[in-house]
Design a protein around this ligand. Structure first.
Ligand code: MC0
Length: 141
């Protein structure tokens, strides 16, 4: 079902401060930035690797408001790894399989993710405490 690690989502207080650290440390480049009002985030995607089954990124996430998943996470735990995201070729079929096997889905149907992707989150409690996202990337991403 999974085709790659699409991205690791990292909660930060400020993109302006975090982006140069990742650029300096690893020579990564920001290839996309976006504000996602529904998710309450401003995000930056830094390309790590391009492969046959798609790309892998570091995703830096800054909250748009305190009462958002990233805002609450920062207040509770401070900056750090917020979620892992796996690529899938067909997110509808992946969600149908997970529903059948009884996983607790945060999103029962796909919602809008970065760069036109279709995404869905699976609750951390069923996956070893790790908030997990599935990503069906848009063409060319
Ligand atoms: C909360 N918990 C986590 C967690 N966030 N555990 C692991 N990783 C995380 N990131 C745990 C808390 O410690 C707590 O555990 C329990 O979940 C409830 O926490 P809460 O603070 O009361 O939060 P809730 O229940 O209101 O929400 C948690 C939930 C939420 C995962 C359902 O954050 C959510 O819906 N996340 C999915 C959307 C999201 O994260 N959007 C931002 C990225 P205890 O043991 O104390 O009960 S958007 C994004 O990344 C997009 C744009 C993209 O990739 O394209």
């Amino acid at each position: 079902m999974l085709t790659r690690i699409d991205h690791v989502g990292i909660a930060v207080a400020s993109l302006t401060e975090a982006i140069p650290r990742y650029e300096e440390a690893f020579g990564l480049e920001v290839v996309h930035q976006e504000e996602n009002e529904r998710q309450g985030v401003r995000e930056a995607m830094l390309l790590v690797h391009s492969g046959k089954t798609g790309n892998s990124y570091v995703q830096l996430l800054e909250p748009l408001r305190e009462d958002s998943p990233i805002g609450k996470f920062l207040a509770k735990r401070g900056p750090g790894i917020h979620h892992i995201a796996y690529g899938v070729a067909d997110i509808d079929s992946a969600l149908a399989t997970l529903t059948m096997t009884g996983f607790d889905l945060v999103n029962k149907t796909p919602v809008h993710g970065t760069a036109g992707s279709r995404i869905a989150f699976i609750h951390p409690k069923g996956l070893g405490g790790v908030l997990t996202e599935l990503v069906e990337a848009a063409e060319g991403h």
